[in-house]
Design a protein around this ligand. Structure first.
Ligand SMILES: NC(=O)c1ccc[n+]([C@@H]2O[C@H](COP(=O)([O-])OP(=O)(O)OC[C@H]3O[C@@H](n4cnc5c(N)ncnc54)[C@H](OP(=O)(O)O)[C@@H]3O)[C@@H](O)[C@H]2O)c1
Length: 340
């Protein structure tokens, strides 16, 4: 295969300053940095797509307490990306191989072949299918909430990266009714018309508990929560006997440093209903990744699943604004920035 020219310098995005309130363009530095020559056993990768997720804003805070490395001022951000090997000094990867790496806020990455995962071209229609928040959604729905045949499942933040997968996974696990909440009519239509949710409502239009009770008059068996705050309080009120809650995120608190991570818990109601509340963190263990990828691949082939995603075009320079817009609710599904 003809080798493609590798530029002497390429763009990367660094943390300019920690986020104190909400992320703005001032928190990022888009700079050109040298692309070094690969050493023995190393490869050069040209990234094509970068995945942008809500937690990246939290990783930009100085006091972030998360089970993953936070971003350091002056250093490039990390994030999952897919691309192609364009130069190889390793027998393990060859030029033209599709790979995934973790240092994706870069146009090019140079490192040991073992620091990249070789992608299986037969598994998914495109390499971009590897860039989802599937391991989290799958672990939460299957292992934590243990969704089963006939359940009524409520997913908050349902049109987002994690939520849009969680609702579809619940349906594949046999849920009778899957209800989603999101912040606009466009997203409600997307959930019901394109992702196969049975019902959805706009959490900004009227009390959440009333909307939920109307759609689930017999109560919800499972709640997959990425929002917290009033949504969590409403789900407690609308819970069926022995309901299972999988707490994945607290967007109403994370976005703009609000107090959504501290909802009130109606303890007596929770006791009477015997609600099991399980917060969880996904560590992306090989088992968790494989459980998701193998099912996602199968469900796509069976026509049961949509890859919910939005692509922002225009290169790495668009990634900072993509994160800002994601948190403002502009995008649906898993957010990818096209780098090439
Ligand atoms: N537990 C784990 O292991 C784990 C792993 C990965 C991610 N997470 C968490 O999962 C959550 C979702 O992450 P994601 O990357 O998929 O984000 P996302 O849902 O794709 O994107 C953010 C969404 O937040 C919503 N939003 C913004 N302000 C809100 C508010 N005040 N109340 C309710 N919703 C609001 C917006 O949707 P609307 O337009 O609908 O408002 C926006 O689209 C985050 O909390 C993240 O930290 C947890």
């Amino acid at each position: 295969m003809a080798t493609e020219a590798i530029p002497a310098k390429a763009r990367e995005v660094r943390l300019a300053a920690h986020v104190t309130d909400v992320v703005t363009k001032a928190n990022f530095d888009v700079v050109k940095a040298p692309v070094r020559e690969p050493g023995d056993g190393e490869v050069v990768v040209r990234y094509d797509y970068l995945q942008v997720t809500a937690v990246m804003q939290d990783l930009m805070r100085e006091d972030a307490d998360l089970p993953m490395p936070t971003y350091k001022v002056g250093e490039p951000l990390w994030g999952f990306a897919v691309g192609k090997v364009v130069k190889s000094n390793s027998p393990d990867l060859k030029v033209g191989d599709d790979v995934e790496g973790m240092n994706g806020w870069n146009e090019y990455a140079v490192g040991p072949a073992q620091s990249f995962w070789k992608l299986d071209p037969t598994m998914f229609p495109t390499p971009q299918h590897y860039l989802t928040q599937g391991p989290t959604a799958y672990h939460g729905i299957v292992d934590i909430a243990q969704v089963k045949e006939g359940d009524t499942v409520f997913v908050s933040g349902a049109a987002g990266g994690v939520g849009s997968l969680a609702g579809q996974i619940a349906k594949c696990m046999g849920a009778k009714t899957v209800i989603g909440s999101a912040g606009s009519q466009k997203k409600i239509d997307y959930l019901v018309n394109e992702l196969g949710f049975d019902a959805a409502f706009n959490y900004k239009k009227g009390p959440i508990v009333d909307q939920l009770r109307k759609l689930a008059p017999e109560g919800i068996d499972v709640f997959f929560d990425v929002v917290g705050g009033e949504t969590f309080e409403a789900a407690i009120q609308a819970a069926a006997q022995d309901a299972r809650f999988a707490l994945c995120g607290a967007l109403s608190g994370q976005v703009g440093n609000g107090d959504g991570a501290f909802p009130r818990l109606d303890i007596m109601h929770s006791i009477v209903r015997q609600i099991q509340i399980r917060p969880f963190a996904t560590y992306h263990t090989p088992d968790q990744i494989w459980a998701w990828q193998s099912h996602f691949s199968q469900w796509l082939k069976e026509g049961k699943f949509v890859f919910p995603h939005t692509v922002v075009e225009g290169g790495l320079g668009k990634a900072p604004q993509a994160l800002i817009d994601l948190l403002r609710g502009k995008h649906s599904g898993n957010l990818l920035v096209k780098l090439t």
